[in-house]
Design a protein around this ligand. Structure first.
Ligand SMILES: [Fe+2]
Length: 288
């Protein structure tokens, strides 16, 4: 059950600056995200308050649809029309924001055609991909590897969130994805337990290994949903270093790397972040 907006704790104040968010559902009426332009404006307003200056919104798209040219074309036209309407309103309200559309492509078929630039993140050719309905199909790492070998540049959405059981088995599966070379996008909310304890454990494990290239909201465009940006930041950055300049790893995860991906550049390595005694601390003073 979702809570009414009035009960959602405030998350005001900038959490960083120059933020780039590569994963959200802010095209009204085309997926399980925002249903109205008003929802989009409310969500974007909160993102801007948090220091986000670039939003690439990514409505769900089944990869199998790319193999059905007419249906694919119709879906894209529907999305584009709804996005254009939302974008007009967003640009009027937030003229300094960069607001783009791509897709979160579900790998529901082992051989999708990922070549259409209209589904890609910006002009750089990267695609945000996921496994459908948080379930992992057989041979998922082999599929990712083949798509990489064919020249596709992908960013795997929330590897921490899939239904993989508990403990080591899940980590082995995530490791196999990692071995394909596909960079990882983790949800801010996962870091604070928004999807339960297991995704949180995995998200923290990924950060500890230095296997997260960027963070994103995966915001579904409703006033009663949090962004979790500030909450995640509090988890990762001790209060005493919370002021400017931003710690290097936070900048990499929230700004530098998503911006590089948007421009078609490989993300930079993010140094491991360590946890001690249940409290996240920066790995070394190198991050200061
Ligand atoms: Fe998503």
């Amino acid at each position: 059950m979702t809570r009414p907006a009035s009960e959602v704790p405030a998350e005001s104040g900038a959490a960083f600056s120059g933020g780039v968010d590569l994963h959200s559902h802010l095209v009204p009426g085309v997926d399980d995200g925002a249903s109205t332009v008003e929802n989009v404006l409310e969500g974007i307003g909160r993102m801007v308050e948090h220091g986000v200056d670039t939003v690439v919104t990514t409505p769900h798209l089944e990869g199998s649809l790319t193999l059905l040219p007419e249906a694919f074309q119709r879906r894209l036209e529907t999305m584009e029309a709804s996005f254009a309407e939302a974008r007009t309103a967003v640009m009027e309200a937030f003229p300094d924001l960069v607001f783009l559309r791509a897709n979160e492509v579900a790998l529901d078929h082992p051989e999708p055609d990922l070549s259409d630039p209209r589904i890609q993140l910006g002009d750089g050719g990267y695609l945000l991909v996921e496994f459908p309905r948080l379930r992992v199909p057989p041979g998922s790492a082999a599929v990712l590897k083949r798509l990489v070998d064919e020249g596709n540049r992908m960013l795997l959405a929330h590897p921490e969130r899939y239904r993989l059981g508990e403990g080591e088995r899940a980590l082995r599966q995530i490791t196999r994805w990692r071995e394909t070379g596909v960079p990882f996008q983790v949800n801010y909310g996962s870091l604070v337990g928004a999807y339960g304890p297991e995704p949180r454990r995995r998200a923290l494990w990924l950060l500890r290994k230095g296997w997260v290239e960027c963070l994103a909201t995966d915001f579904h465009g409703r006033p009663n949903l949090r962004l979790y940006i500030r909450d995640a930041r509090r988890q990762l950055i001790p209060e005493e270093v919370g002021a400017e300049p931003e710690p290097a790893f936070w900048q990499l995860l929230t700004s530098t790397n998503p911006r590089r991906i948007l421009g078609g550049e490989e993300p930079l390595p993010v140094p491991p972040v360590e946890i001690q005694d249940g409290i996240w601390q920066r790995f070394t003073s190198f991050f200061r």
